[in-house]
Design a protein around this ligand. Structure first.
Ligand SMILES: C[S@@+](CC[C@H](N)C(=O)[O-])C[C@H]1O[C@@H](n2cnc3c(N)ncnc32)[C@H](O)[C@@H]1O
Length: 270
């Protein structure tokens, strides 16, 4: 009663009382107010410990897959940069919840520690994170296509293929016949990947080179009306540069929808 009275007085004065973790970007205590958030949240709960993606981006991803299923948008689901498989797991769960049939889901990843950023294009934040999490000297980081050992140790290590398979097949319950794994550097696996149409393309490879190579090989396959999601647009300079350059070269500048500080998406124009 007292709590209600205090809340109501403060509310009339234009203030809300919220729990401290309300704005926790990974798992806010309260609903934020997205359409269909309760359903999305039940999916996110199942994958939360296998993803580093922020809550708002995951809810948005759930809504996008739901839209594709409910409106019959053709094409496969693709993620480049899978780590432990959490965002892919959410796509699979949304397909199971709203789709009549399973989709082909493609997973592109080294299934190892991420490659080096190029300090010239990827920027200070990328280099500072490597220094912080691995103790490496910044002069040794030059954009080589070799794993930055230890970069994910503070989060339980790199995603590993057997662990990701087990998670998707056993916990998520997706038919393994529809899961296509492309293990290796994107630069090697994308040119030989067999994909014809993509409904949702989710890019989460952090760096300039990793983002550029995905757009170069996969963007043409996205169906008109399909979703292109860039997890790190607002996070790393190189990722943003790769996207901006690519869209300028295509002569397209679709509106980039803002999901949160880092993530943007657009709908492929007709
Ligand atoms: C930020 S994590 C992905 C997070 C994931 N989507 C999730 O749900 O938590 C980035 C992943 O991309 C992979 N990666 C980045 N660049 C790559 C490249 N050029 N080739 C292969 N894998 C790459 C890293 O090894 C890492 O597993």
């Amino acid at each position: 009663m007292i709590k209600f009275a205090v809340k109501s007085i403060l509310s009339n004065m234009g203030y809300d009382i919220l729990r401290k973790d309300h704005f926790n970007i990974l798992w806010p205590h309260n609903l934020i107010g997205f359409d269909g958030e309760e359903e999305a949240r039940s999916g996110i709960r199942k994958v939360r410990d296998h993803t580093m993606v922020a809550y708002a981006s995951l809810v948005s991803l759930w809504q996008q897959i739901r839209f594709c299923e409910e409106h019959g948008l053709a094409g496969d689901y693709v993620e480049c940069g899978v780590w432990k498989g959490g965002s892919i797991g959410l796509m699979a769960l949304a397909n199971l919840a709203y789709g009549a049939t399973p989709r082909r889901i493609h997973l592109f990843d080294a299934f190892d520690d991420i490659c080096e950023p190029d300090p010239e294009v990827d920027g200070e934040r990328a280099v500072a994170e490597i220094e912080k999490f691995t103790g490496r000297d910044r002069a040794s980081i030059t954009g080589k296509l070799t794993p930055v050992e230890g970069i994910y140790d503070h989060m339980g290590g790199p995603g590993q293929l057997p662990e990701v398979k087990q998670f998707l097949e056993q916990r998520v319950g997706y038919d393994p016949a529809h899961l296509i794994y492309h293990k290796g550097w994107f630069q090697d696996t994308l040119p030989v990947a067999d994909i014809s149409e993509i409904a949702v393309l989710r890019l989460d490879g952090d760096w300039y080179a990793s983002t550029k190579v995905c757009l170069d090989h996969l963007y043409d396959k996205v169906v008109p009306g399909g979703f292109v999601i860039i997890d790190d647009y607002g996070c790393y300079d190189g990722c943003r540069k790769a996207v901006d350059e690519f869209l300028a070269k295509c002569g397209q500048m679709p509106f980039l929808n803002h999901v949160n500080r880092d993530c943007r998406y657009w709908i492929k124009p007709w």
